[in-house]
Ligand binder design. Structure first.
Ligand code: CA
Length: 358
């Protein structure tokens, strides 16, 4: 190629690239996707995380994929998101895997396991420890592709209308707590209730439930739980680093060209990281508001209570592993990763956090 032609070629390429960027908003829409979510529309952190995912997919695809977000109940009820995306009513959904234990018990490993993995560890397991492949296998029969698409970090233990001094105080307690944490509460003598976020406040206010967990200070402040429960306990032993998920309809995904498939999966990765960053940044300020402005009684669970809950948790998770072949394989992978992560984090994260507080 002559030098002059080469320069011309570069010029034409640059012009095309320029056109592609400036023309992104007006590029022809090739795919119109609906996103259904288990969160109230625009709910801080979770709902806005879903909004961000939709926005990123549209932006990164140069407008070729347009995603319209529906809050809980706008298109389908909160807990029908999985079915809606599975049958193709919507192309993509945003929620949490433990809501789907009725479909697959093993799904619970991919949101939160009591005394399980932190956010950092979940991402390590999913992306580089074999977790993603196991998750894909259990969703495949439902025509769904999962992706990690958000993380709350360590959650709070929850809101209670009385002090928790021993395990006995959990007996007879009716608490909103989903997934495996709920099963642990049941073994401790309580009654777990699964309620979507939008219904918790009124249930707590009316006395239909005695306690609830939700997420952490940022989200809990937004829901106003401090107005209807006196005690705020930590840590969230039941949800040490909850992964939120995007679920994508297999057929809709297969219809995308390779570059757009990459856009969708990488947009999920961006949101997965960004949501954790947002929670990290906002929880501090919200906790300060709860304690200093709203005079919330912030309490740690007594060590004895945590030790007993940990014992019950190990039982519950081991029993889950016995339910089917998939659960057993996931449990083994999960446990092996947790042991290694603990050994490493004892000499890194934990040791550093301790050193910082000396
Ligand atoms: Ca929670």
């Amino acid at each position: 190629m002559k030098r002059r032609d080469f320069i011309k070629g570069v010029g034409a390429g640059a012009a095309l690239t320029g056109l592609g960027v400036s023309g992104a908003a007006s590029a022809a829409v090739q795919f119109k996707w609906k996103m259904v979510t288990t969160w109230p529309k625009n709910f801080p952190g979770l709902g806005t995380g879903a909004n961000n995912l939709a926005k990123l997919i549209t932006e990164m695809s140069g407008g070729r994929i347009q995603v319209k977000v529906y809050g809980a109940k706008e298109l389908v009820p909160d807990f029908e998101v999985f079915d809606a995306v599975s049958r193709g009513t919507a192309e993509i959904g945003h929620g949490a895997a433990y809501y789907w234990k009725g479909k697959s018990e093993a799904a619970q490993f991919f949101s939160a396991v009591p005394f399980g993995l932190t956010a950092q560890e979940m991402n390590g397991w999913l992306y580089h420890g074999g977790g993603m492949k196991l998750w894909e296998q259990i969703y495949a029969p439902f025509n769904l592709i999962p992706a990690a698409a958000g993380n709350t970090g360590v959650q709070m233990g929850g809101w209670f209308n009385k002090e928790i001094k021993s395990l006995d105080d959990l007996k007879g307690l009716k608490m909103r707590i989903p997934g495996l944490g709920g099963e642990v509460l049941k073994r401790a003598g309580g009654t777990p209730v699964s309620l979507p976020g939008g219904e918790i406040y009124t249930s707590l206010q009316s006395g239909a439930i005695d306690a609830t967990e939700w997420v952490g200070p940022y989200n809990d402040l937004a829901f106003g739980f401090y107005k209807v429960a006196k005690f705020y306990y930590y840590p969230g032993w039941h949800e040490p680093g909850t992964t939120l998920e995007a679920i994508i309809n297999q057929k809709a995904f297969s219809a995308l060209p390779r570059d757009l498939q990459s856009v969708v999966m990488n947009a999920c990765k961006v949101v997965n990281q960004d949501m954790l960053a947002e929670y990290t940044a906002r929880n501090n300020a919200a906790l300060n508001t709860l304690v200093n402005k709203h005079k919330v009684n912030l309490r740690p669970f007594p060590d004895q209570v945590l030790k007993k809950l940990r014992g019950l948790s190990e039982e519950v998770v081991a029993e889950l592993a016995k339910k089917d072949k998939a659960s057993k394989a996931i449990y083994e992978s999960f446990l092996k990763f947790r042991d290694q992560a603990k050994a490493w984090h004892d000499v890194s994260e934990v040791a550093y956090m301790r050193a910082r507080s000396l």
